[in-house]
Design a protein around this ligand. Structure first.
Ligand code: FAD
Length: 188
């Protein structure tokens, strides 16, 4: 006999490590109809962002489109930003519409903390997304075509705030870049 229990709509906000893992874990669970919502239409692997920032890897090497990941599966992907939630109505307000849910999972990650110094953003590049990594890469591209030595030196002088894994890895790659590929360009 067919199981006629209505499927519950599970909405997952976020397609990072947490959201994607949950969706993949429940992908064959017939109790749920799953929608994953994210502000980017691909999942990416943050531990290798520093390799993209320094051009040792391309963005496509560390990312995978959701629509490809969920191809031929029952997970529906929605490219949107969640603006607010009405928990009484079980309703999410998105930047491009509305969506209702039976169960809601928030896996929206975290933001870079500037500890009250948000104006640093005018001059600093965070290192959290592929866009951030490409921004850093583009600064170096600007340096390559700049013919003013003082301006070029400015573009190639990087101060890294934060000595955790990300800061240390970015510093290591910049040093390797200078020593291996760019000696002539950078140091004259
Ligand atoms: C440079 C770097 C290196 C790292 N290296 C390591 C490492 O070596 N080992 C390790 O264990 N961890 C590492 N981490 C940490 C690890 O990447 C994070 O802990 C992990 O990505 C967190 O996963 P998450 O799913 O919670 O959030 P995230 O991966 O940040 O994903 C958040 C998701 O939520 C979505 N989202 C956010 N806001 C909204 C919204 N309003 N509406 C809809 N969608 C939204 C985003 O689009 C994204 O899909 C590193 C992190 C960085 C930045």
């Amino acid at each position: 006999m067919k199981n006629c229990t209505p499927q519950k709509h599970l909405v997952i906000v976020g397609g990072g490590f947490a959201g994607l893992n949950l969706a993949q874990h429940l992908i064959n669970d017939k109790k749920f109809r799953i929608t994953l919502i994210a502000t980017n239409n691909y999942n990416y692997f943050p531990p290798l962002l520093y390799q993209v920032a320094t051009s040792f890897l391309d963005p496509s090497s560390i990312s995978a489109p959701f629509r490809k990941l969920f191809r031929r599966s029952r997970v529906h992907f929605r490219y949107a930003e969640v603006m607010s939630v009405d928990t009484d109505l079980h309703l999410l307000y998105l930047n491009n519409g509305l969506i209702n849910y039976d169960f809601l999972v928030f896996a929206a990650g975290s933001k870079v903390n500037f500890y009250g110094n948000e104006h640093f953003l005018d001059h600093a590049v965070p290192m959290k997304t592929i866009d951030d990594a490409l921004r850093m890469r583009n600064i170096m591209e600007k340096a390559v075509i700049n013919t003013d030595p003082a301006e070029r030196r400015k573009l190639l002088t990087t101060v890294i705030a934060g000595g955790g894994p990300t800061g240390v890895e970015v510093a290591g790659m910049l040093a390797e870049m200078r020593n291996t590929f760019c000696r002539g360009i950078i140091l004259n």
